[in-house]
Write a protein that binds this ligand. Sequence first.
Ligand code: GLA
Length: 395
Amino acid sequence: MENAGEVKNKVLDVFAGKFGSSEGARVFFAPGRVNLIGEHTDYNGGHVFPCALTIGTYAAVRVRDDKTANFYSMNFEDEGVISIDLSKELKPSDELKWVNYPAGIIWAFAEKGMVISCGFDIVLYGNIPNGSGLSSSASVEVLTGFILKSLFGFEVSNIDLARIGQFSENKFNGVNCGIMDQFAIAMGKKDHAIFLDTATLQYEYAPIKLTGCKLVIACSNKKRGLGDSKYNERRAECEKALSEIRTLVDVQSLGELDEATFGKVEMLIKDDVRAKRARHAVYENRRTITAVQALKRENITLFGQLMNASHESLRDDYEVTGPELDALVDAARKQPGVIGSRMTGAGFGGCTVSIVKDDCVDSFIEKVGAEYLEKIGYAADFYVVEIGDGPREIL
Ligand code: GLA
């Protein structure tokens, strides 16, 4: 994988090509993320356990003396430079394409009283595979927020950057996501995962000592497609299930229930599908708490088993895996040296994450790759990833 210095030079070269010179341009980075366990729990008041990656999004940026913001992405070269006029009210639109994400952040800053005083030129480059489920969009959101804070001197904490990212994705981009992705990215810490209680935003860094093992991401190359609408549908199902439970029990979220209490109140949910969705949310939250305890005791075997159980619940109760992610996980489980394997992120396509023993990684990639191609008809991509820090300027 290219290092930050190499990417910086590459992005500055493109910046000079698009905007005359790179003099005075500053370069920033925000990571992508992978969630180890705790899926579809963040909007249910449960726990998550994600970590930031060393891959992510870079941007070279320089302020202008007018009110225009010019965006260019090296990942979407065909779209050319997309401009927005900052003196007008910002609204999401099809013409803005990928720029809807950074534009949403500028809009969200203004909603919170932080209006930017002038425009800027910016070139972005991401080495996270787009649409893979490693949060390329949240990476762009947090990066934009970090840049606005750095260029215009706003007093915003990294947790606020996460909140603003989620707010903008909910209100500007129309995806009712939880806080996990933006939080994992804004608060990332090298070699640590973040054990986050999404009900209170209390968090704890847990060192990830995968002695003798690696984190391997397998990207299904199935694009999410209708994923966003299905995502909102799952969220609505959980909210309805909670409201049914609340007719008798005083709880604020599904994350407050343990397995035994859920067993007693499950019959209040009037629909079998909704009951399955709620069961996943409750059990996945409990699994996440147990998994982090297991990791603290260096019981990586139990951690892996809980990852496997997480996938099964996402497949059978939450129904967000699909043939591609199931094929990757089924193939992974047959390989020697695999501690655990599951889908990660929203699902409906995207990636799996597996913990694999060092000396089995090459054969894992070869065998899982071959079985996936045979079953699904196109290739998966594999990345051996490392856990990295949150957003920063590359000096
Ligand atoms: C997406 C959302 C997150 C979270 C996951 C599922 O990544 O952005 O908030 O809900 O899906 O765990």
